[in-house]
Structure formats: structure tokens, C-alpha cells
Design a protein around this ligand. Structure first.
Ligand code: SF4
Length: 286
């Protein structure tokens, strides 16, 4: 009935009584028919007006006839188009390297379709709650299923393990987290080289704006992307590398296992603990 009321409110009001006394038009061409034709689209009008009431139809107002047609046919007026679909948003220019603050960078990421990953995302996973000049910025590879659902990097089991490791090694450190790519690759596959390249400007802009004191890359893909070195993970671990940001600033970089890989290969936890000791040493430095 709510839909019927909304529909009927848009119909012309009933004709004055003096018109109702006018000679009845032939069946099938009643005075109400033009109004009904305007109000009910042809596709929604399987029942002819004349079939509604026979002789009594002359006494019905346009509203009554339309109501009868709706009830008989089961037709429903079209749902109103949401305002957001009518009002077009202004296009967002995707230029991460020119973003002056995190809000405009986030807006660009949310509008970004620079690589195919945008088709599989539920949400852009941009970064954790913003911390200015954090002690550490943690960089992973790509959002997983839980991240995609919550829009938070390192959500789910792997994220809990990472947080437990950080709490134990550097409990008082301020931390900001993000991934190399901001949209989830379907099936949790690693991001392809062209997807990493397309999203790289977002990460570089994030690091430029956040200005972390140190970086921790988790997993081989993040380690190679930030260090620019192509050696295997075991070679890159256990040392302080460096990342040069787009302003030419050198940021200390440490590499360790991805927490998801530690869940699968617990035998690496002893090595991971050594990496955390390195974090603790760096954190202790002024
Ligand atoms: Fe854009 Fe990065 Fe998402 Fe690709 S992954 S669509 S480059 S935000």
C-alpha cells in the first residue's frame, strides 16, 4: 500500500462531479483512460481499463481506476532513482605524486581504475588509522579477503599475528600500516608486475606524506619493491637497508617474513624473532 500511495499521489485528482455527470464515453475510451495512460506505462498495463468495472467504471475517479488496475495486474510503480545516481560526481584526477594531503590521496585511490584490480575490490584498502610521523610504517603486499571487507590492512589472522609480534618487540612504538597495492587481487594471488607498477605512485605518495621514521617490509614482494634489490628474502633479512622517498629523504628499512607465511611455516618464527630484535634495536636509537 505504501507504494500504491506514492504512485497515486502523482496522479491527477478526481474530476469534479459536474464532469462525472457528462455522458459516459464508450466503453474502453472512458475519460479516465488518458490519465491512466499517462500514469501507467504500457508495459505495466496488462489489463485493459474497460475490463476493470464495466458499467460502474463511469462512477470511478481516475485514482480509483488506476488503483484497480494496479491491484489486478500486480504492477508496481518504478522505484524512485536515488539522488546520488542522478547527480554526477566531478571526475577525480589520479595524480598521487601531486597529492598535498592524505585526504586527497585517499579520494584519488577510491576513484582509481588505473589497473585491473579495481574490478575485484569491495573497498579500497588505503591504510590504517593515520599517525603523523610514526616510528614505523609497515608495508605488506596486497589486501586479503578480510582487509577487503573491513578496508583495514592486515586484518584477519595474519594481522593479529603481526600485531602480537609488534606488541612484543616494540610495544610503545607508533605504527602506520599499508600495502603495496590498494585493491585486493582475487583469489589472494600475488599482485602482477603491472599492477605493482600502476599502484606504486600511491605508496610513494603515502610515504612522502606520512613521513615514517623507519620502514618494515613484510614478505619478499614488499622487500624487493621498497629496497629495489632483487635478492631472495633470506639475503635481504637481518640488515638495515634504505628506501629513498620522492623528496630524496633516506628512510631505514628492515625486512622480515609476511605474517601469513609465518602461519603456514612456523619453522621461520625463530628467524622472525631475530628480525624483531633488530626492530627493537632501531627503536631504541634516538
Ligand atoms: Fe588503482 Fe592501485 Fe587499485 Fe590498481 S590497485 S586500481 S592502481 S588503487
Amino acid at each position: 500500500m505504501g507504494l500504491e500511495r506514492a504512485f497515486l499521489a502523482r496522479l491527477p485528482q478526481a474530476q469534479p462531479a459536474v464532469q462525472a455527470l457528462a455522458p459516459a464515453p464508450p466503453v474502453g475510451t472512458s475519460a479516465a483512460a488518458p490519465a491512466l495512460e499517462r500514469a501507467v506505462p504500457p508495459a505495466d498495463r496488462p489489463v485493459p481499463v474497460a475490463a476493470v468495472s464495466g458499467a460502474a467504471s463511469d462512477a470511478l475517479s481516475a485514482r480509483d481506476q488506476a488503483l484497480a488496475v494496479l491491484r489486478k495486474s500486480g504492477a508496481r510503480p518504478a522505484a524512485p532513482v536515488p539522488v546520488e545516481e542522478v547527480v554526477q560526481r566531478p571526475a577525480v584526477l589520479i595524480q598521487p605524486e601531486k597529492a598535498r594531503d592524505m585526504a586527497s590521496l585517499l579520494e584519488q585511490a577510491q576513484a582509481c581504475q588505473e589497473c585491473g584490480l579495481h574490478t575485484g575490490r569491495a573497498q579500497v584498502v588505503f591504510g590504517s588509522e593515520l599517525v603523523a610521523e610514526p616510528d614505523w610504517m609497515i608495508v605488506g603486499e596486497a589486501p586479503g579477503t578480510s582487509d577487503d571487507r573491513s578496508a583495514q590492512p592486515f586484518d584477519g589472522k595474519a594481522g593479529l599475528l603481526l600485531q602480537a609480534m609488534l606488541n612484543s618487540a616494540i610495544p610503545n612504538a607508533s605504527i602506520y600500516k599499508a600495502h603495496l597495492v590498494k585493491c585486493r587481487p582475487l583469489g589472494n594471488r600475488p599482485p602482477a608486475p603491472e599492477e605493482l607498477a600502476a599502484c606504486r605512485a600511491f605508496l610513494d605518495a603515502q610515504i612522502r606524506l606520512v613521513q615514517p621514521r623507519r620502514l618494515l617490509a613484510v614478505g619478499h614482494v614488499a622487500a624487493m619493491a621498497l629496497s629495489g634489490c632483487e635478492q631472495d628474502l633470506e639475503t635481504l633479512r637481518g640488515q638495515v637497508l634504505s628506501y629513498t622517498d620522492t623528496l630524496g629523504r633516506s628512510v631505514p628499512l628492515v625486512v622480515t617474513y609476511h605474517p601469513a607465511s609465518l602461519l603456514l611455516r612456523p619453522q621461520h618464527k625463530a628467524n622472525a624473532w631475530r628480525d624483531l630484535s633488530l626492530l627493537r634495536q632501531l627503536q631504541a636509537q634516538p
